[in-house]
Design a protein around this ligand. Sequence first.
Ligand SMILES: NC(=O)c1ccc[n+]([C@@H]2O[C@H](COP(=O)([O-])OP(=O)(O)OC[C@H]3O[C@@H](n4cnc5c(N)ncnc54)[C@H](O)[C@@H]3O)[C@@H](O)[C@H]2O)c1
Length: 252
Amino acid sequence: MGSIKKVGITGANGTVGRVLMQGLADDYELTAFTRRAVDFPSTIVNFDKPDQVAGAFTGLDAVIHLAADPSPMADWQAVREHNLEGMYQVMEECRRAEVKRMIFASTNHTQHGNSILTTPETLDPKKELRMKLGDLPNPDSLYAVSKLFGENIGKLYSERFGIEFVGLRIGWIVPEDTPLVMRGTPAEDYLRAMFLSHRDCIAAHKRALEVDTVYMLAYVVSANGRRVFDLEETRAGLGYEPQDDAEAYFAE
Ligand SMILES: NC(=O)c1ccc[n+]([C@@H]2O[C@H](COP(=O)([O-])OP(=O)(O)OC[C@H]3O[C@@H](n4cnc5c(N)ncnc54)[C@H](O)[C@@H]3O)[C@@H](O)[C@H]2O)c1
């Protein structure tokens, strides 16, 4: 284990947050941040409210920033408040509190404009894509644009203030931990490509907390046979070795 011990998780009661609160608890001292009181101990902060954010990260070594409107259908007001203002306030508090590392929940949607069929939660498997991290973004929504803002303000703060930043372009993680939940729906092909199992999600975040880097982007999807992202750079850079493949669930 490296020098990171005290880790704050924003959006700790969401789908990803609950998986990480459980999966990281043995290795790190976790502080949960939520918007409202929840069924476990947490610090209540609205990240779009500057007066509530000030002082929130004092003493933390790293922050995993999940709090956002996670919907590609989110309207401008929601994106502006939760994803843009919230991201800026979180970066500013990382700077003030001298947080060493920031791990940011970015998204596949930053490039899904290339793989979309109709709506952002559909995918055209006939395109047979293998996109790379360095390919030009092709956001499919205002939500995706807000995540590109997050990746880029992370770059700015890493260069200007030395905050280590890991942007994870997450696929699709579902509470049920199986891609079969979308079987027979218009989203099936999309989930088969983007599926992220809970254990792969935890493993990727552990690597993001430990990897030696100043700034990095990575794909966080399982090793899906139908994936549209090239995992080689992520495997080499992040040291992430996904264990699961959505196709295995459909084969059972
Ligand atoms: N679930 C996925 O498959 C997926 C895929 C790609 C990226 N992501 C990203 O991962 C993160 C977590 O996603 P999720 O599915 O767990 O979402 P979620 O909606 O289940 O959880 C997000 C949490 O953030 C909190 N939140 C939102 N705005 C806030 C604010 N202004 N201040 C404080 N808290 C706020 C909400 O209360 C909620 O508990 C999001 O940033 C999302 O964009 C998720």
